[in-house]
Design a protein around this ligand. Structure first.
Ligand code: 1PR
Length: 527
């Protein structure tokens, strides 16, 4: 029996699923006594250090946790569960951590995008069983803006490079904690969990120490989901966002089966977009929550869900805040939520007033779940102009793709409601505003390129990448492995998302990775 410490934020379901996948049962710690009685404790965490310590204090968990740790009973901390072991964090000045290890938690100081999101390697610094059976260049899934700085070098188990070398896991006796998420790190992560849960008698295995580790470019499989005309949730796919063919919604398959298939093919991430979410009420849209629940039982890479993340008043007059809506998705297995239409309205308000209210979905969700959990899905369309002066308050670029009347300039108009309505704000300005409000990642679609297979819109992508310091996921238009290479080498995107090319089985996901191998850094899974 494994005891899991759930302090109430983030995607604990994935950790439970990953442990159960290894054949163990999980008991949720509801009280300090549960911690005292635990044989093995797993403490996963995402969100904010200050909020976490406050909840641990309120629940009376601090003393039992320290007693457990001092008794050197098997403990595995994950992400914030690693940070908690230290004395303090720059994320929440003045709030004490558990102080089991001396040292503190600091924010990344790097030119690179922060949060550090994605698959990176580890350099093992001392013998351990935790990585038994794994290859030395294995990659694990990271998502964080802060990292630990232990005072005692002896506790450092692994280091990872991201602009700087940082400590990516610690261990002392039976206490171990990782910055990366084993429950989201595919087969390699499940092996780490198994090594913790079932320590064998054999000697510790030491991995060879690569000189430096590198962040992989991510390949994301995207499943646009909606009800078909019979009310059944299906994966669909549009051309320029039009998902109907001969009057019927294109039905490409079952969302859970397709997600499992892409996981098996080596997808680094799966995104579900509930494309009619802008008009549905997700709390009544239980099938979507069910899709997530069932997917997360078998898919151990990050899951993003978008569509309909906003506040609602239901038929009974009950108000649901966007935070409550997002919480349902996180509890059902989502690691990130993506906000589309609502982000445009939020950014427009913010740009008008220049003031952060603290009340928008972006601010509230990132405050509780961390900025890394908030993705902004942008649906822009090109608007051509003869002269930048024709669009005075927009970010206008000179384009190599001339407009229908030979225009040499364009701006990227944001849309809402699945591309049905154009708004005054441009995509570059929107991305900047959303970052300022606390978003952690931009999912950059293109209505012009969607479903065309003509390649990513490199001009759009470069304009947004240059404007924000958070990771950008390029989307729309992938039609060949060369398009992935092009977007990874000619822009600074961290991930590329595609749908049609994979759904049509035109080029399998593994083949894209195979093509990219030795050309750009990727995770080997699927090759
Ligand atoms: O506005 O917060 O409810 O979110 C709605 C979400 O649904 C947004 O993220 C929006 O992008 C998405 N969406 C709405 N309508 C459509 C549609 O297709 N009619 N899909 C839609 C967006 C774009 C990508 C697509 C890529 C890659 N689809 O998800 O998967 O373009 O396609 P490709 O590789 O085949 O070119 P809200």
């Amino acid at each position: 029996m494994i005891t899991l410490l759930d302090y109430g934020a983030g995607n604990v379901r994935s950790v439970v699923n990953a442990i159960e996948k290894s054949g163990h049962t999980v008991h949720m710690a509801a009280s300090g006594d549960d911690i005292a009685r635990a044989e093995k404790l797993v403490f996963p965490g995402v969100g904010n250090f200050g909020k976490m310590m406050q909840v641990l204090g309120d629940k009376g968990f601090v003393e039992p946790l320290l007693t457990f740790l001092r008794a050197d009973k098997p403990f595995l901390g994950i992400c914030l569960g690693l940070h908690a072991l230290f004395e303090k964090s720059h994320e929440a000045p003045g709030i004490a951590g558990l102080g089991f290890f001396t040292g503190e938690v600091r924010r990344f100081e790097t030119e690179l995008s922060v949060p550090h999101i994605g698959w990176n390697g580890i350099c093992v610094k001392k013998p351990t069983r935790l990585f038994a059976g794994l290859a030395e260049d294995e990659k694990f899934y990271f998502v964080h803006s802060y990292h630990v700085v232990p005072q005692n070098p002896d506790v450092v188990l692994t280091r990872t490079d991201y602009g700087q070398s940082f400590v990516s896991s610690v261990a002392a006796g039976n206490i171990a904690a990782t910055q990366f998420h084993p429950e989201k790190s595919g087969a390699a992560g499940l092996a780490v969990l198994r090594n913790f849960l079932e320590p064998g008698p054999e000697a510790a295995i030491e991995l060879r120490d690569p000189v430096r580790t590198h962040l992989a470019k991510r390949i994301v499989a995207c499943l646009d989901v909606r009800a078909d005309d019979a009310g059944q949730l299906v994966v669909t796919k549009g051309d320029h966002y039009d998902v109907r063919e001969n009057g019927q919604v294109r039905d490409l398959g079952d969302p859970v089966d397709m997600a499992r298939d892409y996981y098996a093919q080596g997808a680094d991430e799966i995104t579900f977009l509930n494309i009619t979410g802008f008009r549905d009420f997700p709390m009544q849209d239980m099938p979507m929550l069910d899709v997530l629940r069932r997917t997360s039982e078998h898919v151990f890479v990050p899951l993003t869900i978008g569509g309909g993340i906003r506040s609602y008043t239901d038929a009974d007059g009950r108000n649901w805040s966007s935070l409550e809506v997002a919480a349902q998705y996180f509890r059902s297995g989502a690691d990130k939520i993506s906000i589309g239409s609502d982000a445009v309205y939020i950014a427009e308000d913010y740009l008008k007033t220049g003031k952060k209210t603290g009340e928008s979905a972006i601010e509230q969700i990132s405050e509780v779940y961390g900025s890394q959990a908030v993705v902004i899905s942008v649906d822009p369309r090109r608007v051509y102009v003869h002269d930048p002066a024709d669009a005075p308050d927009k970010v206008v670029i000179e384009t190599a793709e001339r407009g229908p009347e030979g225009e040499r300039f364009c701006w990227f108009q944001c849309t809402v409601r699945g591309g049905r309505e154009g708004r005054p704000v441009d995509a570059v300005t929107l991305a900047r505003a959303c970052r300022e409000l606390g978003a952690g990642e931009i999912l950059l679609n293109s209505i012009d390129r969607d479903g065309t297979g003509a390649g990513f819109d490199l001009e759009l992508i470069s304009a947004v990448c240059d404007a924000v310091s958070i990771p950008v996921i390029a989307s729309s238009g992938a039609g060949s492995p060369e398009h992935f290479l092009e977007v990874f080498t000619r822009t600074s995107v961290e991930a590329a998302l595609a749908a049609g090319i994979f759904h049509r089985k035109q080029v399998p996901l593994g083949q894209v990775k195979q093509y990219l191998q030795n050309k750009v850094e990727i995770r080997r899974e699927g090759i």
